[in-house]
Design a protein around this ligand. Structure first.
Ligand code: FPP
Length: 236
């Protein structure tokens, strides 16, 4: 099987999942966090090396204070206790995003989970939190500008070289999944998704279980990736 090395998920539809059941939006986020825990382990079992997920965008601060605080408390709880299975499975956790505007207890929980899992080698779960794709490119450009000021020669600087300036040094995204029915990328990992395959599904994230994930892998296996060139098998 041709398994994508880096899969990214825009985990959308938690709120609607809850509303459909007459529950508060927070129940949808809680259920989504359980789905994520299972999916991370399943993805690595299937041979995926990196799973990136959009947990909280820089724009999500526009939501009610109650919802933002609920999500921040949920992240802390998950990182502190519920990620034990992820750690035991040997998965390294990275958190990508801006640290400004985050509460001190959230920053501590981020530091703890990254430290706890730093020697793990079975795969990477990259959680995008207070994250924006354009912001990541801007922050990377600022780091690069500093290196140029310090004498870095950029005469032969290639697009691959810019990956080092992003929040974490990860491979490009092969497969981008968006749950919840919307057909947009919402400022997620813009640099990394330049040649990724897209898989959109109406399924709300809490219901996006292992078999739904496998459907996306199956679709990917059947896509013809040409990277702007011509596929030898079909091109002549
Ligand atoms: C989008 O659904 C989802 C979010 C903004 C939060 C995603 C967070 C989780 C799945 C929890 C993850 C937990 C950890 C530990 C990283 P929405 O609220 O926009 O749904 P809607 O479009 O139906 O309203």
């Amino acid at each position: 099987m041709n398994v994508p090395k880096h899969v990214a998920i825009i985990m959308d539809g938690n709120g609607r999942w809850a509303e459909k059941r007459g529950l508060p939006r927070s129940s949808g986020h809680l259920e989504g966090s359980k789905t994520l825990e299972k999916l991370a382990i399943h993805a690595m079992d299937m041979g995926v090396e990196v799973l990136s997920v959009y947990a909280f965008s820089t724009d999500n601060f526009k939501r009610s204070e109650e919802e933002v605080n609920y999500l921040m408390d949920l992240f802390i709880k998950m990182f502190k206790t519920k990620f034990d299975k992820i750690n035991k499975r040997g998965i390294k956790v990275f958190i990508s995003g801006r640290k400004v505007n985050l509460r001190k207890d959230v920053l501590e929980a981020i530091e703890n989970i990254e430290e706890k899992t730093k020697d793990n080698t079975a795969g990477i779960l990259n959680i995008c939190l207070n994250y924006g794709g354009q912001e990541e490119i801007i922050d990377g450009a600022i780091k690069l500008a500093k290196d140029i000021q310090n004498g870095l020669d950029v005469t032969n600087f290639k697009r691959e070289d810019f990956y080092k300036y992003l929040y974490h040094y990860l491979p490009p995204i092969d497969l981008l999944i968006r749950t919840g029915g919307e057909l947009r990328v919402s400022n997620f990992m813009l640099y990394e998704m330049s040649y990724s395959e897209f898989y959109f599904t109406n399924t709300y994230f809490p219901d996006f279980d292992k078999s739904e994930f496998n459907k996306a892998l199956f679709m990917y296996e059947n896509r013809d990736r040409r990277f702007g060139g011509i596929n030898d098998k079909k091109g002549n």
